[in-house]
Design a protein around this ligand. Structure first.
Ligand SMILES: Cc1cc2nc3c(=O)[nH]c(=O)nc-3n(C[C@H](O)[C@H](O)[C@H](O)COP(=O)(O)OP(=O)(O)OC[C@H]3O[C@@H](n4cnc5c(N)ncnc54)[C@H](O)[C@@H]3O)c2cc1C
Length: 381
C-alpha cells in the first residue's frame, strides 16, 4: 500500500515526487521505460514567458513559476551536486516589420507593469539591434529586436537526472523503472502493472504525458478524447559559442545556447504524423531557417536529431488536479509546450490538494474538472 502512486517519470512525475517527499507521503513513482523516456527527455529546454500584455491568472501563475524555478533548482543543485544547466539568459526576438516594433513598444510598457516580483523587475526591451556579432542575422531584424530578460533555459536531461538523483536519496519516494500501469481501479485505489503485479494506493497522480489522456478518458463518465499528442522534432548542434547568449525565438523557431558548446534548435509542431519517433525533412528545413537566423551556427555539426510528442489537453492549458468523478485520481498532464517552466508549481498544487489543503493557486482553466467539462460540451454537440 502506498499513500501515493505517481505514474510517469517525466518532468511532471518527478516534480510530483519532489513535492510528495516534502510532505512525507509514502510514494511509489512508476515509469514504464526509463526516467526521461517521454517528451521530457529532449534537447531544447526553453523557458519562455507568456506575452506581458492582457494579464490574467494563468499568465501570473506561469510568471510566478518561472521566478520560483530558479530558487528550486539552486537548492536541488546544492543538495545533489549536479547541474540542471539552468541560466536566465533571456530571449531575443527579431522585429522584421515596423508594425511589429509598434506592438513591441506597447509590450515594453506592459512588462514594466506585469513583470515584477518583489524588488525584481524583468524587461521587454525594444532595441535597434542586438550587439553580439553573429548571434542574430541583422537582415532578419530590420525594425529592431526585442530583448526579454525573463526567459531562461535548462538542459532537459541533466535536469531530469538531478531530480531523479534527489528522489533516489529521499526518504519517502521510491522510483521503479520498467513498470507500466495497465489498469487503474479508481474506487478501490488499485493499480495493475504490465508484469501482473499490483499496488494499492491512497491517491494516484497521472503524470504519464500523452498516455495520461486515455487513462483519464477511461475513468470519465462522458465519452470523448481529453487530449492529443502533438509531435515535435529538434536537434542538438556543437558550436563554439558563449553559453550566456540569449534564446533566439521567431515564429516557432528556437535556437537555445546551452553549456559546453551545445546549441539546441527546435521545434516542428505536427498535429498529424505516422511515427512519433521518426525524423524527416521538416527538421532539415528548420535547421536551414536556424542557420539563416543565427550565423554563428552555420558551420556547426548536428550531433543529435530527436523527436517526441507533447501532451496537449482538450482545453489547450495544462490539466491538473482532482478528477471530478474520482477523488483518488489526480491529473498532472497537458503541459504542451511549457511544462518545464511550470511543472513544479502544478505538482505543488496537486500534492497540496491530496493533503487536503484548499489550494487556490491553480487557474480555473488548468483544472482537470474544467477540461472534463469541455469534454462534456463536446459530447453534447
Ligand atoms: C521537440 C519538442 C521540444 C520541446 N521544447 C520544450 C521547451 O523548450 N520547453 C518546454 O517547457 N517544453 C518543451 N516541450 C514540451 C515538453 O517536453 C513536454 O510538455 C513535457 O516533457 C511533458 O512532460 P510530462 O512529464 O507530462 O510527459 P513525458 O515527459 O512524456 O513523461 C511521461 C512518462 O510517462 C511514462 N509512461 C507512459 N505511460 C505509462 C504507464 N502506463 N505506466 C508508467 N509510465 C508510463 C512515459 O514512458 C514517460 O516517460 C517540447 C516538446 C517537444 C516534443
Amino acid at each position: 500500500m502506498a499513500d501515493l502512486l505517481i505514474v510517469g517519470g517525466g518532468i511532471m512525475g518527478l516534480w510530483a515526487g519532489v513535492m510528495a517527499e516534502r510532505v512525507g507521503l509514502e510514494t511509489v513513482l512508476v515509469e514504464r521505460d526509463v526516467i526521461g523516456a517521454g517528451a521530457s527527455g529532449g534537447v531544447l529546454g526553453a523557458l519562455m514567458p507568456h506575452m506581458p500584455d492582457r494579464w490574467n491568472a494563468k499568465k501570473q501563475f506561469q510568471f510566478d513559476a518561472l521566478i520560483s524555478l530558479e530558487m528550486e533548482i539552486a537548492a536541488l543543485e546544492a543538495e545533489t551536486g549536479l547541474s540542471a544547466g539552468y541560466r536566465r539568459s533571456g530571449r531575443i526576438m527579431p522585429l522584421a516589420k515596423p508594425y511589429l516594433r509598434t506592438i513591441a513598444l506597447r509590450h515594453e510598457q506592459d512588462a514594466l507593469v506585469n513583470w515584477h516580483s518583489g524588488d525584481r523587475q524583468f524587461h521587454w526591451h525594444v532595441q535597434d539591434q542586438f550587439h553580439d556579432g553573429g548571434w542574430l542575422n541583422v537582415d532578419a531584424a530590420e525594425s529592431g529586436v526585442v530583448f526579454d530578460t525573463l526567459a531562461a533555459r535548462v538542459a532537459p536531461r541533466p535536469f531530469l537526472a538531478m531530480l531523479a538523483s534527489h528522489l533516489r536519496r529521499s526518504r519517502h519516494v521510491r522510483i521503479e523503472e520498467g513498470q507500466a500501469v495497465v489498469h487503474i481501479d479508481p474506487v478501490a485505489g488499485h493499480a495493475t502493472f504490465a508484469d501482473g503485479s499490483s499496488l494499492s494506493f491512497g491517491a494516484c497522480i497521472l503524470a504519464n504525458g500523452v498516455q495520461a489522456f486515455p487513462f483519464i478518458d477511461e475513468l470519465t463518465k462522458v465519452s470523448g478524447v481529453s487530449g492529443v499528442p502533438v509531435k515535435g522534432q529538434a536537434a542538438l548542434l556543437k558550436a563554439d559559442i558563449d553559453p550566456g547568449l540569449p534564446v533566439v525565438f521567431t515564429d516557432g523557431l528556437y535556437v537555445v545556447a546551452h553549456e559546453n558548446g551545445l546549441v539546441a534548435v527546435g521545434s516542428t509542431s505536427e498535429n498529424t504524423f505516422e511515427n512519433a519517433a521518426s525524423i524527416d525533412g521538416q527538421l532539415d528545413d528548420l535547421l536551414r531557417q536556424a542557420a539563416d537566423l543565427v550565423p554563428l551556427i552555420r558551420a556547426a555539426p548536428v550531433i543529435e536529431r530527436w523527436a517526441g510528442v507533447r501532451p496537449k489537453a482538450i482545453g489547450r492549458d495544462p490539466m491538473a488536479g482532482r478528477h471530478p468523478d474520482h477523488p483518488r485520481i489526480h491529473a498532472l498532464a497537458g503541459g504542451f509546450k511549457i511544462s518545464f517552466g511550470i511543472a513544479h508549481r502544478l505538482a505543488s498544487a496537486v500534492v497540496s490538494q491530496i493533503m487536503g489543503d484548499t489550494d487556490q493557486s491553480l487557474p480555473s482553466s488548468f483544472r482537470c474538472q474544467t477540461h472534463i467539462e469541455l469534454l462534456s460540451k463536446e459530447a453534447a454537440k
